[in-house]
Design a protein around this ligand. Structure first.
Ligand code: ATP
Ligand code: MG
Length: 438
């Protein structure tokens, strides 16, 4: 009896303790709060609008896919697949993963729904991605990417278009100091030859390589070029350049792309060490980088992946695209401009009498596109006016006993020099539209 009582007491206490614990968000996964979200909305609006004006259509795919999709698409030997994916068993028999990127999903969806059969597609997506990386500024475990993908074009003109989309996004967001790094990985034949040359070179310096790179030497020496380890980077500087291995067709494609970009006033820096961290790339690869974000300097990255659709079971379809880090874009914009204090409201509505009339007035104003917040919870007029002031609204609108009788409202300018005035209720909408448009 006594022991039973103690047990119950213990469980009550431990439940109490659990309930009082403040649970925090998961490391590297951020809340976006009012005050930050306005910049996000502005960025998202520009991204959607630019994609729309180039004729790209939105695609939304699930956040969860079969783990196999990413293993096969991104590559077994990549950081993402080796150590960064959130993987879990679904009911014990199917391995699922939170998507670390969306190109593999877009290709999966395109194949599944026949989007690539005798068709060319310009697609865009935006949404959260997940990678278990070491969280730091500009590097999170849940982050957002905006991406575009063009399926069904072989020539360099579409590569140039994809790069111009990026360039327009910087222009329309007012982002400065972003520059383009460009390279080509050539055809499969180029890559075979280059791989062999890299293998020979790095094998002769095996002892200088970091342990990750030593492991990659046998299976994919190209991936060594992506290493961030200082000693390996010194070695990479002396490694053979891919440009010496290009076949005539790849050379032509790369030349056409450079010319087209030049005609659009875009001057890339050719970076022969740029290989990109995902295995599916072929031919063109590029990164938009900035010196304004510290170590996380890439804002956008992409390239051609002509074999992925076929490798995932579809009909051979050339493809090219990019993915942009929305957090890094938002940080770039916030670093550049003092965010002007953003008034979220036009009117703070206070009713001291005739509450139903005030409610209807609020709805009429909203019908006309005016942003109105009604005071809730009652209280003295003085306190309600204080709330009006701290709400950030431009005007306070007051309906009191006198106004009710006379068919008026009182309008008080909280930010400018218009003072306080009586306005006939029937004129409220037109009067406010005039004031707010000034
Ligand atoms: P990085 O070299 O910075 O790790 P990455 O090569 O892994 O980038 P991609 O997989 O090509 O990047 O993704 C495209 C873009 O998505 C990057 O240029 C970056 O802006 C953004 N991005 C990638 N990983 C993260 C992350 N963990 N947190 C925030 N943004 C990210
Ligand atoms: Mg990365």
């Amino acid at each position: 009896m006594k022991a039973g009582y103690l047990l119950v007491l213990k469980s009550v206490i431990s439940r109490g303790e659990t309930m009082s614990l403040k649970i925090q968000s998961v490391k590297g996964m951020n809340d976006l709060l009012p005050g930050q979200i306005e910049t996000w909305h502005r960025v998202e609006e520009v991204l959607r609008s630019v994609a729309w004006r180039y004729g790209y259509q939105e695609i939304r795919t699930p956040v969860v896919e079969r783990t196999e999709l990413f293993k096969q698409s991104i590559g077994d030997q990549t950081d993402i697949v080796e150590k960064e994916m959130y993987v879990f068993d679904d009911a014990g028999d199917v391995s699922l993963a939170l998507r670390p990127e969306a190109t593999a999903s877009t290709v999966r969806a395109g194949n599944q729904h026949g989007l690539f059969h005798n068709q060319q597609q310009r697609l865009w997506y935006m949404g959260p991605m997940f990678r278990r990386e070491k969280p730091q500024k500009g590097r999170y475990r849940q982050f957002h990417q905006f991406g575009i993908e063009a399926f069904g074009w072989l020539g360099a003109d579409i590569d140039a278009e994809i790069i111009r989309v990026g360039s327009r996004i910087w222009k329309e967001l007012g982002v400065e100091n972003v520059s383009l790094q460009l390279n080509t990985l050539g055809s499969p034949a180029t890559r075979t030859d280059y791989r062999e040359a890299l293998y020979q070179f790095f094998s002769s310096h095996r002892d200088t390589l970091d342990s990750d790179s030593q492991r990659r030497l046998e299976r994919n020496p190209l991936r060594i070029l992506d290493s961030k380890v200082a000693s390996t980077q010194e070695l990479i500087e002396r490694a053979p350049s891919i440009l010496d291995f290009l076949d005539p067709e790849s050379r032509q494609h790369f030349g056409d792309l450079c010319e087209s970009l030049e005609r659009s006033g875009i001057n890339p820096e050719i970076n022969v060490r740029l290989v990109r961290g995902l295995d599916y790339y072929t031919s063109t690869v590029f990164e938009w980088v900035t010196d304004k974000l510290g170590a996380q300097n890439a804002v956008c990255a992409g390239g051609r992946y002509d074999r992925l659709v076929e490798q995932r079971g579809g009909r051979a379809t050339p493809a090219v695209g990019f993915a942009m880090g929305v957090e890094r874009l938002v940080e770039l914009i916030s670093a550049q401009k003092e965010d002007s204090s953003h008034s979220i409201l036009d009117i703070y509505l206070i009713s001291m009498a005739g509450q139903q009339i005030a409610v209807e007035l609020g709805e009429t104003l909203r019908d006309a596109g005016i942003r109105v917040c009604e005071h809730c919870g009652g209280g003295k007029i003085k306190n309600q006016m204080k709330r009006a002031d701290s709400s950030g609204a431009r005007y306070a609108m007051i309906v009191g006993e006198d106004e009710l009788k006379q068919g008026n409202v009182q309008l008080k300018d909280l930010r400018g020099k218009e003072g306080q005035q009586q306005i006939a209720r029937t004129d409220v909408v037109s009067s406010l539209q005039k004031r707010l448009s000034n």
